[in-house]
Write a new protein. Structure first.
Length: 74
């Protein structure tokens, strides 16, 4: 479909929405020693748990159609 939104572009957008926050999450904690514990609010904890759960569900949804595709191409 030319000029419209495709499933592939929607998948790319979902991946970018999920990956960019993960890659930038540690930037605000610079200066702390690795492994040092820090306190977070309940809301931040809940947000992290929900984000992890959403990532798992996205993987479960999009994983089976491509599972083993590299082995089948050989």
């Amino acid at each position: 479909m030319k000029g419209g939104v495709t499933i592939r572009s929607l998948r790319l957008i979902l991946v970018l929405i999920g990956v960019v926050p993960i890659l930038t999450a540690g930037l605000k904690d610079r200066g702390k020693r690795p492994g040092e514990a820090r306190e977070i609010s309940w809301e931040e904890f809940e947000d992290k748990v929900r984000g992890g759960w959403a990532g798992q569900m996205i993987g479960v949804t999009y994983g089976p159609p491509t599972h083993g595709a590299a082995h089948l191409a050989v």
